[in-house]
Design a protein around this ligand. Sequence first.
Ligand SMILES: [Fe+2]
Length: 318
Amino acid sequence: MATSLQTRPAVSDGPDSPAPLLDLGARLTARQPGDRRFGAPIHAWYPVRAALARNASRTRLHGEWIDLPARVALDAVQTTTCGGWRLINRFGLVWACPAGSATPPDLPSPPESPLVLIAYSEAPARADYDQAVLGLLDPAHVPMIHNAWWWRSQARRTKTKSYSPSPFGFTAVAADAFASTPAYDLVSEDRKVSIEFRLPSIRLERVTARGFELINLTTVTPQAEGDVMIRNLILCSVAALRFGSPLLSAWGRTFLRQDVAILERLEGRSPHLPLVFAGDPDRPSAFYFASKAALLRAQRDETPYRNPVEAESLQWVT
Ligand SMILES: [Fe+2]
């Protein structure tokens, strides 16, 4: 894959060999955005840790190490001690972006009312970054990969979704497309469900109904070339659901293990083959590559992001 990489620092994060603090985000800030089709955008926010942590920790992004403080202030951008990275705490996650002049896509706005974290799971995968992101978008992904009975019915049905441009990406809305998900039957019938994709790799599903709000967030973080971390968390307005967190987090891990299994089966096949998009089911994937190219052009030319996605109604059978 074409993720831009610097030489990985010769340090270890093992418990027996404490390494000196290295904070190499600054090395990335000098990189100019190109118009590459493949790989992870450098100047963008990626989650690097759950916000709830007792201790400082170390993580990787774009092949570089980041030393994270124990606490990152809520919804306020701060920089790491050495100044190479910007950090922000939002949606229960710490997000990182190289410091520098290129403007990253805005993160989605925080929830208007306080929500409770009811599930968190993460899974590393040896996988191509773009393949992992396409898993957030591909309509065939859920029916083929996630087959729990309580998540979707086995019956095949035609789905129609309305796609429209939204900040740094696109949003799908459908009145009927989610009726096959038994889990959503727990929410009242006046529910509204939307699925937003936002660059670089954010899938944000919102379920709202009278007196109820739920956010289901899935992300892909490029830790190093060929290494990604997939994260999922669920925030909800029903505080009592926090008591179900161990079970819900276990279900989340089950889903992520299914994602990792399919990604690692794909690993090794060239991600740089010519792209072929076939019909409506591949339109979201085409939107993704067009959106990423638009972001890299805007960053390179220092111009506003021009959303290449136009409203479309797409249909498929799942
Ligand atoms: Fe998945």
